[in-house]
Design a protein around this ligand. Structure first.
Ligand SMILES: NC(=O)c1ccc[n+]([C@@H]2O[C@H](COP(=O)([O-])OP(=O)(O)OC[C@H]3O[C@@H](n4cnc5c(N)ncnc54)[C@H](O)[C@@H]3O)[C@@H](O)[C@H]2O)c1
Length: 316
């Protein structure tokens, strides 16, 4: 049987990069997304390259529709990314739960019914509470999860769902918990501001990032590759991993942008986000031979040149 990767949420930032890397590797990829808006994919691939991908429009909340896609497309690998982000869950908690929680149950059910025994899916560092919950230092992989956002609560629920599907049905899963993802395509969600600043800077415009603080930045291309690896290399059980990487901060991000683009004018407002500074990724490193971690300065420089290549084709 040919390997077929189902990417849910492939019209989104990480999903578009996952489709990009899957296509480059020659794998068969199926995108499942309710949106038909290809703007992020267009920033990564030509129309000819996109022709190698199967696009299925559908809603994660549609249990039968999703099951049919698994069966019709002969899905063998799953990278489940589709979700509503923090502001959308806050604005519409019921829809947030339907998409993020029920949608994830639907993915596990569709996998179970179709004999797919492993799932890689997106969790988030949003599963953890604010810095006041923790002593200083990196937060360990098994730290208590007491989120203060509905988005975080839904992600905790998904990690629990994964555990039960392992215990009851033997379906293994790997949840990855990104922090601040940046790169071409990151134009939505609370922590998309640093990327928006790069787009503005590359276009010669000033930008004010409305928050500051310590955090870990992860390049969307690296994150997507880690999800692909997580789908390809099942581990025993239902596992969840902080993505981690070197702790940094928003001011440093702006400085590195200026190194790559000396005319960049990026202001960072002194308003730390209520998130811990960093998360320990040693569990991820112990479990995977490869951890994709492009240094921040390279990721920023590559993102700026990518934006410049796209010219008028990219907006914030
Ligand atoms: N970007 C980050 O910094 C970050 C950090 C932590 C976790 N994550 C998680 O990673 C995953 C991917 O993030 P992203 O930044 O690429 O998200 P994104 O918002 O760019 O994309 C999400 C995609 O999901 C699709 N979608 C939404 N509702 C749907 C539904 N009902 N049915 C089908 N598709 C639907 C959207 O159309 C969109 O294309 C998400 O689960 C997110 O919670 C992202």
């Amino acid at each position: 049987m040919t390997d077929t990767y189902l990417v849910t949420g492939g019209m989104g930032c990480i999903g578009a990069w996952a489709l990009y890397h899957l296509r480059r590797s020659g794998a068969r990829a199926v995108n499942f997304d309710q949106s038909e808006d290809r703007h992020r994919i267009n920033w990564l691939m030509t129309a000819e390259e996109q022709a190698a991908i199967t696009f299925v429009q559908g809603d994660l909340r549609d249990t039968d529709g999703l099951k049919a896609v698994f069966a019709e497309q002969g899905v063998t690998h799953v990278i489940h990314l589709a979700a509503l982000q923090v502001p959308f869950c806050r604005a519409n908690p019921v829809l947030g739960a339907q998409v993020n929680v029920t949608g994830t149950v639907n993915v596990f059910e569709a996998a179970r019914e179709n004999g797919v025994n492993h799932i890689a899916f997106a969790s988030s560092i949003g599963v953890y509470g604010p810095p006041s919950d923790f002593p200083p230092g990196l937060i360990p992989n098994d730290a208590p999860k007491n989120p203060r956002t509905l988005y975080g609560a839904y992600k905790v629920c998904n990690e629990g769902t994964a555990l039960v599907y392992y215990e009851d049905y033997g379906i293994t899963s790997t949840a990855l918990r990104p922090y601040t993802v940046y790169g071409v395509g990151r134009n939505q969600g609370m922590t998309s501001e640093p990327t928006k600043a790069l787009v503005a800077a590359a276009k010669g415009q000033r930008y004010k990032i409305p928050f500051s603080g310590e955090m870990q930045f992860q390049w969307a291309s690296d994150v997507a590759r880690q999800f692909i690896l997580a789908a390809q290399q099942p581990l025993a059980g239902a596992r969840g991993f902080n993505l981690g990487g070197p702790p940094s901060n928003v001011a440093r991000f702006a400085e590195l942008a200026k190194d790559a683009l000396p005319d960049a004018e990026i202001e960072v407002v002194d308003n730390p986000l209520p998130f811990p500074a960093g998360f320990d990724d040693s569990a991820l490193r112990a479990s995977f031979e490869t951890v994709y971690e492009t240094p921040l300065e390279e990721g920023i420089a590559e993102t700026i040149s990518h934006i410049q290549r796209l010219g008028d084709g990219i907006e914030q």
